[in-house]
Structure formats: C-alpha cells, structure tokens
Design a protein around this ligand. Structure first.
Ligand code: AMP
Length: 444
C-alpha cells in the first residue's frame, strides 16, 4: 500500500514526496480513509507513529475545496512545541496547496498572533489557554470551522486543559468533523470523546505499548552515582543524539550544566525558559548542534526529532504512560532507538508496573568498568582500561566489556545481542565512532 492509493491531490502528494514519505505508517493506513470520508475518528496512537500526517493530509485535501481566507480547521495541542511541530508538518506537506497555517500559544506576545490571524489563514494550530484568550478578545473567528483535531488529548487532560477545551467547543459550529488523537484512553478522555464525537471510527495502534523499534534496558544504580553513570553511557560511540529526562526543572538544568562542564554539547529544555530559549534549544537539538538535550516531561512533550538514538531516563518517570511517552521520542517512524533508565531501589514499584504493562521483563544491565560500591559521586573505573580492553577482545563483542546483563535468565527480554542495543543499520556507517561528545572535548 502506498500514498497513491489515498487519491490525494497532486499538490499534496508533492509535499508527501518532499518529506520523503514512501509507505504510509499503520495509523495513516487506518485513519486517512475514514477522515477523507468525513467521519469522526478516535486515533489511539502515540507520538512517533506518524499520527500528525494521518490527520494533516486529509485536512489539506478537504480544505483544497471551498472557501479560502477563513479559519476552517482547528488543531488543538497541549504544548507550544507540539503546536509548532504540527504547524511545520502542515506547512511542509501543504507547501504547494497555498493553504496557510498559523500557531497560537501562550508565553509570547499576542499582537503578532493577532496579525497572523488577520492574515487569513485556513488552519490554526493552538494551545487551549491562548486560544481562549483570542476567543474572549474576539481576535479569532471560529465560526467557519469544519474540522477540529484534539491532539494528544490524554496529555491535555494531564495538564488540566479539559475545562478550557470544553469552553472552546462552545464557540465552534456543532456541524463539523472531530478527530481525537491520544496515546491512552483515561476515563475523562473517553467521556470527552463520547460527548464531542459523532459515531467515531476508532483506530488503534499499539495501545499504550512503546514502539517495537525501541529496545529498553534498566541500569540499576545508587542515586549518588547517577551523574557518573550517565557520563559513562554517553561515552559510547553509538550515541548520536540523546534525549535525557529528569523529574524536575532544577535537575534538568543541573544535569545539562554538568554535561557542559564535562565537555558535552548539551542543553536543557524546561519550563523556566522563555519561549525563545526553548525554541533555540529545540532547533539546536533538531539540527544537531546540541547532541544532548536534558528535558522534563512537560517540556519535552511533542519533540519531533527523527534521529534521536537514545532516550535516557535519568530519573524514573512517575507513570507508565510517561515512560511510554518518553521512549516514544526514540525509534520514531520505524527507526530503531534505545531507551535506558537509571533506576534506584525507590523505583522498583514503577519498574514492576512498566513490566506488567509491557508484558515483559526488562533487561538489567551493569557497566563492568564502573565502581558501584564507591561512596563518592565521582566514580573511577573499577577495571583498568587495558584489562577491560583485553576482555573486549576475548569475548569478540563490540565493547562487550562495557555493558553486561546482570541477569541472563532466558525469561528476561534481551534487548539486543550488542551491549548498546540494535544498531541503526541505515546510520551504521555514518554513526560509528561518532559520540555525543565534542570531537575535541576535554572529557577524555
Ligand atoms: P508523528 O507521530 O506525527 O510525530 O511522526 C513521527 C515522525 O515520523 C515524524 O518525523 C514524521 O515526519 C515521520 N513520518 C510520518 N509519516 C511518515 C511516513 N509515512 N514515512 C516516513 N516517515 C514518516
């Protein structure tokens, strides 16, 4: 099955080709036909599955017909980053259609947004709070809306946006197509879907399951060794572009700071930053000028960087869903990725919950040249380097001495034969020998 089978307009197909999409992803295969037919759709799919194009392509197809110069499609997203990313995808896929999209979110001046809204765009991608501000001020006209998308609805619920969404709904024409995308279906989202969608078709991709292209591993460690262990993990040449998650903003800042001091090209993304700083961090990470981004869950929501090679959970997330969302950042659109989690004893209950949800035991790994018993936060190699190198040669495995599984019972899910998980075959030549560190780093 290819994109031609959707009979999209040639101007849209040129965008599809421009973005290099050849084969539709499963969510696109399932969702595009009913959306093109005008049906309401509930899409159970997480970020990384290609869900954005699954709704953007049929929206563009619909908007090609009919009136121009008024807002006919509204996409509501939980964060500015996701809004920008969806806007970007819309612009790129719709480049030849001359349909216009604008973003509306808080934390930036309203005036340029008002001017852009007056500029007669057909698509608005908005975060709920700021959209409500525009509605109250009368600076956006939603009376022509034909399609509404509620994207990452579960995250909007987590972030407390459902009351705002219900208020926004009152300002939309009741005769419209509504599409709701969510990685999970908590009761409140189920109720919302029931209230606002008409006879929806439900399409489901790997419900709450992390992408199969991601290999997972746990690195049990004492809390005070986390920083050193992180540095060790980052030394591996497989690391191309690494997203590190911390529990708090402060921790994101301090971990990024430490990494920078150690010579890594790292930055942080957290709620204390201005919109411009956040955008600069994201753009830098996307372009590869930052190899490591240390982020909190909320800040990292919707990050679309297709080449993330590793997600490292410096802190265990609070919920299984958050774990799923975090690791959805790697292994996007059928690329493979690795998800590592540093776990302390306090995380045992969450580890069990994740394993129950995934239906498999995660591999525990131990670094051989790491002194787990040291009382100091500054760990030094327990095994002299030469000795560990001899071990590599003896086992014949690529850097086999660096990482071993502490539990090799067959019932464990072995993420890969190689210590750092699967190699991305398409990237192998390019990435081997490249690490997330500066080439001339002082951290050697
Ligand atoms: P999303 O789940 O919408 O955030 O998309 C995840 C990533 O997959 C983005 O980088 C998209 O550009 C990419 N993508 C979406 N659809 C396809 C496709 N059919 N083929 C290849 N890449 C895709």
């Amino acid at each position: 099955m290819n994109f031609e089978s959707f009979n999209l307009h040639p101007s849209i197909m040129s965008g599809v080709r421009e973005l290099g999409y050849v084969t539709p992803t499963p969510i696109q295969l399932q969702a595009i036909p009913p959306i093109l037919q005008g049906q309401d759709v509930v899409g159970l799919a997480q970020t990384g599955t290609g869900k954005t194009a699954a709704f953007v392509l049929p929206i563009l197809q619909r908007l090609l017909q009919g009136q121009r110069g008024c807002v006919r499609a509204l996409i509501i997203a939980p964060t500015r980053e996701l809004a920008e990313q969806t806007h970007d995808t819309t612009q790129r896929l719709g480049k030849q259609t001359r349909l216009r999209s604008v973003t509306v979110y808080g934390g930036v001046n309203m005036t340029p947004q008002i001017q852009k809204l007056r500029g007669k765009a057909e698509i608005v991608v908005a975060c709920p709070g700021r959209l409500l501000d525009h509605i109250r001020q009368g600076t956006v006209n939603l009376s022509h809306i034909e399609v509404l998308v509620l994207d990452e609805a579960d995250r909007m619920f987590d972030m407390g946006f459902l009351p705002d969404i219900r208020k926004i709904l009152k300002h939309l024409p009741s005769h419209r197509q509504t599409l709701l995308f969510s990685a999970t279906m908590p009761d409140d989202i189920r109720r919302l879907a029931h209230d606002v969608l008409r006879n929806p078709v439900t399409v489901q991709i790997n419900h709450t399951m992390p992408l199969t292209t991601v290999s997972h591993a746990l690195y049990p460690v004492e809390h005070h060794h986390k920083n050193t262990l992180l540095m060790k993990l980052l030394k591996h040449p497989d690391t191309e572009s690494v997203l590190v998650f911390t529990r708090t903003k402060q921790r994101a800042m301090s971990v990024a700071q430490r990494l920078k001091k150690a010579g890594y090209i790292a930055t942080s993304l957290q709620g204390n930053m201005s919109q411009n700083q956040r955008q600069a961090a994201l753009d830098g990470f996307r372009k590869g000028s930052f190899k490591i981004l240390v982020a909190t869950d909320i800040a990292a929501r919707g990050i679309d960087v297709s080449h993330i090679s590793h997600v490292i959970n410096f802190d265990m997330p609070d919920t299984v869903d958050a774990y799923t969302h975090r690791i959805g950042r790697t292994g996007r659109a059928a690329k493979t990725g690795d998800a590592f989690t540093l776990t302390t004893q306090n995380d045992n209950a969450m580890v069990r919950a994740i394993e129950n949800t995934l239906g498999m035991k995660l591999e525990r790994r131990k670094l051989e040249d790491f002194d787990y018993t040291s009382s100091s936060a500054h760990n030094t190699p327990a095994v002299p380097l030469q000795q560990s190198q001899r071990h590599h040669r003896r086992t014949g495995a690529k850097r086999a001495g660096s990482h071993t599984s502490s539990d090799s019972k067959p019932r464990y899910h072995r993420t890969s034969e190689k210590p750092f998980g699967k190699r991305r075959s398409s990237h192998a030549a390019h990435s081997s020998g490249s690490s997330a560190r500066k080439p001339h780093s002082s951290h050697n």
